[in-house]
Write a protein that binds this ligand. Structure first.
Ligand code: GLU
Length: 298
């Protein structure tokens, strides 16, 4: 499989933990086995949470684990123009709209609706779907609010987007979903509602940046945690709308803590640097996450 391109795409908003180590090592091993390339991408669009210290920690921890990557590393914060271009295309095609409801507005709208007995639909992560009220605002009113400097997010008009691509949106799953789904997976993006594509002050959302970057970097194999399995439906939809190539997906097991819950970046005890300071070796980490000893000579 020469020509395969894998990537590990952490956000520098906390320290890497065992779950990240597993994902990075698995990507690296698969790239080596395939005689392919391994890329590192820094997903630092959220400038309020990402720091240079955490980014430096990522390089230090990955190097210590024995991973090497191609330079230059793509840092999302340096590529706003690429996301803006994709966003402009969606704006031109009327597939996104400026959404002005604040978090508080959304909460109270949903509370009102639920007070009358109906339960509000939730996305696969359990968050309430966006009440798409301002999808129907007249153009003039949109322009007026934007000119007045009102905060807004560009949201995907999910209904229009799904209609545009028609049925039959699939991806090839080489791992497993939460219900052990594998093989050809039928994507159901509509269950996410009108997702955020960009914000007034941030040129992109995770969903837009990930599909634009995977395409620009020629990524052929997306290997990442199972927590992103359902979000892949949104990525497939965006790829289709933007005419981007489709990688194969492999959603891997999550490394769980002793309490059986997903590891968090704020828990120091499973942080790679804490484990290193406690005397663990990279080989210990591989064993801990269930990977065989290093054989690759990359
Ligand atoms: N940046 C994402 C994270 O840290 C990973 C995105 C991806 O692999 O698609 O969870």
């Amino acid at each position: 499989m020469t020509g395969s391109v894998f990537r590990f795409a952490p956000s520098p908003n906390g320290e890497l933990h065992l779950g990240h180590a597993y994902s990075a090592l698995l990507n690296f091993d698969l790239a080596c086995e395939a005689g392919g390339r391994f890329l590192l991408r820094i997903e630092d669009i959220d400038t309020t949470r990402c720091t240079p210290e955490f980014e430096a920690g990522i390089y230090r921890d990955l190097e210590w684990l024995g991973i090497s990557w191609e330079e230059p590393v793509r840092r999302q914060s340096e590529h706003s123009a690429d996301y803006a271009e994709a966003l402009d295309r969606l704006i031109d095609e009327d597939l996104v709209y400026p959404a002005f409801m604040s978090r508080g507005d959304i909460r109270s709208h949903i509370a009102d609706m639920e007070a009358s007995g109906a339960s509000w639909p939730r996305d696969p992560d359990g968050a309430p779907l966006y009440p798409a009220l301002d999808k129907h605002l007249p153009q003039r009113e949109r322009r007026r609010r934007m000119a007045d400097g009102a905060p807004f997010a560009w949201r995907l008009d999910m209904e229009a987007a799904v209609e545009r691509v028609g049925g039959g949106l699939f991806w090839r799953e080489e791992g497993f979903g939460p219900a052990m789904e594998t093989g050809e997976i039928s994507a159901r993006p509509a269950e996410w509602g009108d997702v955020v594509i960009a914000r007034k002050e941030t040129p992109t959302s995770y969903h837009l940046a990930v599909v634009v970057d995977d395409a620009l970097q020629g990524v052929t194999n997306v290997v990442r945690g199972r927590d992103l399995f359902r979000a892949t439906a949104v990525h497939r939809l965006l790829q289709e709308l933007l005419g981007l190539p489709v990688p194969a997906y492999f959603h891997h097991d999550l490394v769980l803590g002793e309490d059986g819950r997903k590891l968090s970046k704020s828990r120091r005890d499973t942080g790679i640097s804490a484990l290193r300071e406690a005397g663990m070796t990279p080989a210990d980490i591989r064993r801990l996450v269930g990977l065989p000893p290093f054989t690759a000579s990359a």
